[in-house]
Write a protein that binds this ligand. Structure first.
Ligand SMILES: [Zn+2]
Length: 259
């Protein structure tokens, strides 16, 4: 009895290593509603407290937090140059986003080169299952993070990154993405919409259909196998493991286009 208790204690107290997500089992057969792929989610909104043009003017005049010289030099890669199966749907360049206003001046997606190459390898894992990558957001200039923060009422600021620290998107090492069907081009339906701030967005959410959960888990498997880590409250957000080695950047997309 005592030995059994000791063995139990050893199991319970053993440190839990952060395991990479496993490959999910066989693809479930859709039972209902999955035929409406990509449709049916209303975009989540907050009420911006001030006009976007005013926010942009102020944010562009502000300075990001100072960065240590020891960090790596930026080497941002346009994700669309990697593979035609990487498609963009940059919601922040449209009014279809949680702020209801176009925050980006163009629809572009960049990541630091090692993260971009890891993303391409994740795509290679997904292609045999018939999926391509649909990118919603990648590198985000610091001034846009500042705009999010300034626009958001105090009570809802848990949803946005604090510009005093900057975000992993500002370092070119975070990506928001989903899957689309390579055969039809249709975005897949996940257990929640993108940028939906609700428990349905959690990676451990057990609702939705079996196929929706399987697709979420397949995306996580492919990304974590290539060095990304999912955000536990946003199934679409992945951080590249080396994010802390890159500085918070404030290069505008227009600056990058000229490089
Ligand atoms: Zn994100």
């Amino acid at each position: 009895m005592r030995i059994a208790l000791l063995a139990l204690a050893a199991v319970v107290l053993a440190p839990v290593a952060r395991a990479q997500a496993p490959l999910p089992g066989p693809k479930p057969t859709p039972v209902y509603e999955d035929t409406a792929a990509g449709a049916g989610y209303a975009t989540f909104h907050i009420r911006a407290v001030r006009p976007v043009e005013e926010l942009r003017r102020e944010a562009l005049a502000a300075s990001p937090p100072p960065q240590p010289d020891s960090l790596l030099a930026p080497d941002l890669v346009d994700l669309t140059t990697l593979d035609p199966a990487i498609r963009l749907e940059i919601r922040y360049a449209t009014t279809n986003n949680f702020m209801g206003a176009a925050l980006y001046t163009s629809a572009r997606a960049f990541m630091q080169r090692p993260a971009a190459e890891a993303l391409r390898r994740a795509l290679e894992r997904l292609r045999p299952y018939g999926y391509g990558l649909l990118i919603h957001d990648a590198y985000r200039p610091w001034y846009v993070t500042r705009m999010f923060w300034d626009a958001t009422p105090d009570s809802q600021r848990t949803f946005v990154a604090n510009p005093a620290r900057g975000s992993r998107h500002n370092r070119g090492c975070a990506v928001d993405l989903s899957l689309y069907d390579l055969a039809t081009g249709a975005p897949v339906r996940m257990p929640s919409g993108y940028d939906e701030f609700s428990p349905r967005a959690y990676v451990a959410y057990v609702g939705g259909t079996a196929l929706q959960r399987w697709q979420r888990e397949l995306l996580r498997w492919a990304m974590e196998a290539e060095g990304f880590v999912v955000n536990s409250t946003e199934w679409w957000h992945f951080d590249f493991r080396d994010w802390a080695r890159y500085p918070v950047l404030n290069l505008r997309f227009e600056d990058l286009a000229r490089l």
